[in-house]
Design a binder for this molecule. Structure first.
Ligand code: UDX
Length: 427
């Protein structure tokens, strides 16, 4: 059992700290947001993550999980300091390190002797080496331990990971961090810090590239009369390809893939390497998002201009099972629809407030309301709730029974039997 400080109570820090407490460690999680700290100390989860609430309550009741305001009060008595701070993209795609640098400045002089700083958040290659210089402490080690948490599955991803990666410059530091996870049954890979940092960016960029590829294949399928679901299934039987991350969609997004792929691109550019393959994967994804919007406009009834039509959009979050709108492909597609003079009403089970900087977007409280008088309906997020809708009622509500299913969520035959014109993605 170790004394651990977790700096940052966001998607990564809250899951990391709560799960480390579940493993038996004595954990103090720090955040700058006093309201959030108060809510968490009262057992109120501030993000939508299945299983997190139970672990939070357990940690508080066991007395080995608490929340404080400010990094200093957490780090003062800890041996390990997990940095779980936001690493948002700068306009040029590089990583904004201001949250990290200010946290390091705040704690570097109060860290107890022989502390270990553990970089949990996704960071550009070379960050650990830079931080080592910044803290000017020969008795403090900096270890890279990237998170591989998918939103909506973060607790399981933490407690049952496909691997644990630890990047360190000393075997002693690596072993001390590995020991924190001794009760987790998985492979632990020890590397240098640069390799560990690059593993994280490479994993996300590769998954994003795989998605770009299947979305391009979906477009080709439409042109040659193939079915992308059959093609994805057929290639997925090959274990070298694997069947996951082959579901075509409107384009990929979220708080990680766009940020991590552009950060990796920046890292390569700064190192003097023109990473054309990754650049193309990113560009083609943007093109696919635009293509998705154009598909909706093209589906409008003959002679109906976008400016005189109403489009119902189902789904705003970046994927089902989360409440996260950050870099959501759904919002990007809707922006493109606005640029094509479309008028959009949208419904999402997890969104009931107007979207910042999207005042034109009408948010409805049910899917049926969004479908009311719509000339076309587009599925942008794969919420099961949308597959369970009463499509006879949807058809009655719409002006024209046209559905663009950008997630291939629905059954084409069922919709066509109900009188809909069904337009899928790659089928
Ligand atoms: C991702 C990585 O999966 C995770 O390992 C990493 O730690 C953080 O980034 P997350 O951002 O939560 O996790 O989203 P993920 O589930 O990977 O989906 C990313 C995007 O790809 C979403 O927009 C999703 O809709 C899309 N996607 C995913 C597809 O379009 N098709 C798929 O088959 C899978």
């Amino acid at each position: 059992m170790a004394d651990i400080a977790v700096i940052g109570a966001g998607y990564v820090g809250l899951t990391t700290g709560t799960c480390l407490a579940h493993l038996g460690h004595n954990v103090t999680i720090a955040d700058i947001d006093e309201i959030k700290v108060q809510k968490l100390n009262e057992g109120e989860v501030t993000i939508f993550e299945p299983g997190l609430s139970g672990l939070l309550t357990q940690g508080i009741e066991n007395g080995n999980l608490k929340f404080v305001v400010g990094a200093t009060s957490a780090s003062r008595n800890a041996a390990f300091h997990f940095l779980c701070l936001p690493t948002p993209p700068n306009p040029d795609g590089s990583t904004n390190m201001e949250y990290f640098s200010s946290a390091i400045e705040e704690i570097k002089d109060i860290l107890p002797p022989n502390s270990v700083i553990v970089n949990k958040s996704t960071l550009p290659v070379g960050t650990a080496s830079q931080l080592k210089k910044q803290i000017q402490r020969t008795d403090v080690e900096i270890v890279s331990n990237p998170e591989f948490l998918s939103e909506g599955n973060a607790v399981q991803d933490f407690l049952q990971p496909s691997r644990i990666v630890i990047g360190a410059e000393s075997q002693k530091a690596a072993s001390s961090v590995a020991a924190l996870f001794k009760d987790i049954d998985t492979t632990t890979q020890i590397t240098g810090t640069e390799s560990s940092e690059l593993i994280k960016h490479t994993a996300n960029a590769f998954l994003a590239m795989k998605l770009t590829f299947i979305n391009e294949i979906a477009t080709l399928c439409e042109l040659v009369g193939a079915n992308v679901l059959d093609v994805a299934e057929g290639i997925g039987y090959d274990p070298r390809i694997g069947s996951t991350y082959l579901r075509p969609g409107p384009g990929w997004g979220g708080s990680c893939f766009p940020k991590d792929s552009s950060s990796l691109l920046q890292t390569a550019n700064k190192a003097g390497f023109d990473f054309e393959l990754l650049e193309k994967a990113i560009t083609l994804n943007q093109k696919h998002l635009q293509r998705t919007a154009q598909k909706v406009v093209n589906a409008l009834p003959q002679g109906k201009e976008p400016e005189n039509s109403k489009i119902a959009a189902l789904g705003l979050t970046f994927k089902a099972g989360t409440d996260d709108l950050r870099s959501s492909p759904s919002l990007t597609v809707i922006e493109h629809l606005f640029n094509l003079n479309g008028r959009v009403s949208a419904y999402d089970p997890m969104v009931n407030l107007p979207i910042e900087n999207m005042s034109k977007l009408e948010i409805t409280s049910t899917a049926y309301e969004a479908a009311n008088n719509a000339d076309a309906l587009v599925i942008l997020t794969e919420w099961q709730e949308f597959a369970d809708l009463n499509f006879e009622r949807i058809r009655e509500a719409m002006r024209h029974p046209i559905v663009v299913d950008a997630r291939n969520l629905l059954n084409p035959q069922d919709l066509e039997l109900l009188g809909f014109q069904y337009i899928g993605l790659g089928q």
